[in-house]
Design a protein around this ligand. Structure first.
Ligand code: ZN
Ligand code: ZN
Length: 346
């Protein structure tokens, strides 16, 4: 079968590899759609300590059940299914407390296990054990279902930071994740949603799709003034930084309203994670700054429901549908910020 395998930083090959077969408790999927994520681009550039090469990449995927390993019940060949990205152990103290996405031994598809950038993928027994294989409702396409993974991470971030009715929300970063943040905040009845982005073209493209109440180009250097102006001087109730730029967090404290909340959604570059925060502003305004990482299987299932019900539209976020052979082109598109979401239909 065709597969995209990672060997070392800068070395990803589209090659023919033997088809995997499911062991006991595992399910073999014929992949019908998968999508590229910023994390895949980072692996290609810098590698990952969580990943032993050669490894089939890809943690956003959906397909048809092609074969069942011994002992698997509840699934049949031909069933349509979507797979979680982060795989909790289900047994550690964090998992026991229901915080499965911060499992102390969290693993991931496309990192510890061969992922979805291939014609077939074996879903590990661990995924089934935590209800991480989701049935795709009739009427929902494979490509749409793939978005359940990134949307579940967005949902985790918004649940932790508490986006709700009446909130004035600023989303910083107009990539696919920023777009999903805007749409989920709308679905949660946020009063207003503003989208901030440095790259003017990318901002324009995203704004045309998700229609924020205002699109603010950070290159103009007036984000704080703009947000304060748009909120009658009050500031934002919630700021979500969906970008790897530390300045976004440094700036956010200045346009956050008293008692405002900030989601540090995007990680910063590995070698450059430090920021300089005005701690007095955090102190006097009683700001809350909260991290967000991955998602838990329950959120993934709910994200798929939101997509299927139409509460969060995703199909129009696909800017490029490419064959797996063009994987390197896909990396280029994402790195240049030229598209929104790039998907594969192997
Ligand atoms: Zn991802
Ligand atoms: Zn655990």
């Amino acid at each position: 079968m065709k597969a995209v395998r990672y060997y070392a930083p800068g070395q990803v090959r589209v090659e023919h590899v033997p088809e995997p077969e499911p062991g006991p408790g595992e399910v073999k999927l014929r992949i019908r759609a998968s999508a590229l994520c910023g994390a895949d681009v980072r692996i290609h550039r810098h590698g990952s300590h969580r990943l032993v090469p050669p490894r089939v990449l890809g943690h956003e995927m959906a397909g048809e059940v092609a074969a069942l390993g011994e002992g698997v019940t509840g699934w049949s060949v031909g069933d349509r299914a979507q797979v979680i990205g982060a795989i909790p152990c289900g047994a550690c103290a964090q998992c026991a407390a229901g915080r499965l996405n911060v499992c102390t031994v969290l693993e991931a598809m496309g990192h510890h296990y061969d992922g979805g950038f291939a014609e077939y993928c074996v879903v590990p027994a661990k995924v089934l054990a935590v209800d991480g294989l989701n049935r795709i409702p009739a009427g929902t396409g494979f490509t749409e279902a793939v978005f359940a993974e990134p949307l579940s991470c967005v949902m985790n971030g918004q649940e932790l930071v508490g986006v709700g009715p009446g909130d004035r929300v600023v989303v910083v970063g107009a990539g696919p994740i920023g777009c999903l943040h805007v749409r989920l905040a709308r679905a949660s009845d946020a009063a207003e949603v503003f989208l901030v982005e440095l790259n003017k073209e990318r901002l324009g493209r995203a704004a045309a799709l998700v229609r924020p109440d205002e699109a603010i180009c950070a290159a103009d250097g007036r984000v704080t003034e703009e947000v304060l102006g748009l909120t009658g001087g009050r500031g934002a109730d919630v700021v979500i930084t969906a970008t790897p730029a530390g300045e976004a967090l440094e700036q956010a404290v200045h346009y956050c309203a008293p008692r405002g909340r900030i989601s540090v959604f995007g990680g910063l570059p590995k070698g450059d994670p430090l920021v300089t925060l005005d701690a007095n502003t955090v102190h006097y305004r009683e700001l809350t700054i909260v991290g967000a990482s991955a998602s838990n299987p329950g959120q993934n299932a709910r994200a798929l429901d939101l997509i299927s019900s139409g509460a969060v539209a995703v199909a129009d976020l696909v800017s490029h549908r490419l064959p797996l052979e063009r994987f390197l082109d896909a990396l280029d598109i994402v790195e240049r910020g030229d598209g929104v979401k790039v998907t594969f239909e192997p």
